[in-house]
Structure formats: C-alpha cells, structure tokens
Design a protein around this ligand. Structure first.
Ligand code: ATP
Length: 232
C-alpha cells in the first residue's frame, strides 16, 4: 500500500488581518516525495508554507502532519516534524558556521548533517555572513536536518544562488528525500530545474491553485505551465 502522506494541506484559505492571500489550496506530499510549489511573485507560495508550518492560522481548511491535525499550532507542527527554511534562511550572519550548527542540536545530529553536506566541514570556522549563497543554503538545510524533521518546507531555495549552486543543491535534495524518506515542499523560481527533481508540482496564481499534477506531465507541457503562471 502507498505510504500515508507526510503532510496534507486541505482546502486552505489563509491571509493577513482576515484578508485571504490564498484560497482553497490543497497539496499533499508523501514520505520521500518532493512537491514543487510554483507561481509568480505574490501568488501565495510563502503564505502557504507559513500556514503549513503552523506560523499562520488558516481562516479555513486544515493542515495534517503525519496523521495529526496541526492546523495553526506551530508547536504541534514542529513536534510532528515539520520544519521551515524561510527565504532569508534564518542564519546568524555574525556567528561562525560551527556556532550556527551548535544551536540546532548535539554531536550525533551534527555528524549526520555534515555527512550529508561534507563541503560544510571545511567551513566550520568561517563567519556565516561571508559564505556564498550556495554555502549558506547548504548550511541552512544542514542545520534544519539536525532537528530530524519528517517534512521540510523550503522557501525560495535558489534566492541568491548562482546557477551552478542551484544545479548542485537540487540533486542533494532528491537524494535526501530518496534515502531518508524526508518529504519536501520546495518553492523555486527555476521551473524546469524544480520539475526535474520533483515528483509533483502545484502552480499558484493569485492565491489559488491554477495547475497541479505529476512533475513529468507538467514538464512535457510547457505551454500549460506558462498559461497557469499568467492565469489564462
Ligand atoms: P513572493 O515570491 O513574492 O514571495 P509568494 O508567492 O510567496 O510571492 P506571498 O508572499 O504568499 O506570495 O504573498 C501573497 C499575497 O499576500 C501577496 O498579495 C502579498 O502582498 C500578501 N502578503 C504577504 N505577506 C503579507 C503581510 N505580512 N501582510 C499583508 N499582506 C501580505
């Protein structure tokens, strides 16, 4: 039987001061699955992730993580193993790489994270703010993995990354999902690259789902994606 979904967002309406920014969004990700969350600026991708992480209480709809309802409760969401990497990555720029990692857990978790991102071993004494965009994103992911999440939400993965760095990090996420059954929701501007590692994709436009389906099918029909982006 297929595994129960790690995260289910059902019919989510959420926004700010009672004004919806997303309406009726449904999305689910299986253990070991990657969902690409796509759409133009202001489409509601960040809002969806904030609600999924329990940081924003929905106006209606539900969020279920590993079978438990966690809607609007960040402490429950975190306990259920849902972690969010915000688009600014939430790193402490004045601290060293080692100090940033030490804040997230103990030695065992650290060794595991460094095995997954070996390039970070050589950077431990560097000040975080001096790292490249790709190094910072790797550090942000490694640090979050130390909390042993079951669901990882990543906002704007490639913001501030060179094309080469994007090419390097996406396959790492795929391996992570395959090898550890981590479920990933990935907000990404590089549509083709995101679809090449994702299992499925959801395209938002003006706060609603404009298109959703298996990544392979969406890759095969670029026009469909273009239309969804522009809301036609
Ligand atoms: P971007 O790529 O620009 O971050 P996005 O798809 O992540 O876009 P959201 O950030 O979720 O989109 O924004 C959706 C809508 O909600 C936009 O119209 C935005 O202006 C509005 N919005 C976002 N944050 C707030 C806030 N804190 N207060 C009020 N409105 C907000």
């Amino acid at each position: 039987a297929p595994a129960a979904p790690a995260l289910v967002i059902r019919d989510l309406t959420a926004g700010y001061r009672g004004v919806p920014a997303v309406r009726g969004v449904t999305l689910e990700v299986a253990p070991g699955g990657i969902v690409a969350l796509l759409g133009p600026n202001g489409a509601g991708k960040t809002t969806t992730l904030l609600a999924a992480a329990g940081l924003l209480t929905p106006l209606s709809g539900t969020v279920t993580a590993l079978g438990s309802p966690v809607t609007g409760r960040v402490e429950r969401t975190a306990r259920a193993g849902v972690s969010l990497i915000p688009d600014d990555r939430g790193l402490f720029h004045r601290l060293t790489v080692a100090e940033n990692l030490r804040l997230a857990g103990g030695r065992a978790e650290l060794d595991e994270a460094l095995d997954r991102f070996p390039q970070i071993r050589g950077l431990l004494k560097r000040r975080c703010g001096l790292l490249s965009g790709g190094e910072q994103q790797s550090l942000a992911i490694a640090r979050t993995l130390m909390r042993r999440p079951r669901v990882l939400l990543i906002d704007e993965l490639s913001m501030g990354l060179s094309p080469v760095a994007v090419q390097a990090i996406l396959p790492t996420l795929r391996r992570l999902a395959d090898e550890t059954q981590l479920a990933i929701v990935l907000v990404e501007q590089h549509i083709d690259q995101a679809l090449s590692i994702a299992d499925s994709a959801v395209v938002l436009h003006h706060g609603a789902v404009a298109l959703a389906g298996p990544a392979a099918a969406l890759r095969a029909d670029r026009d469909q994606i273009q239309r969804a982006y522009f809301g036609r």
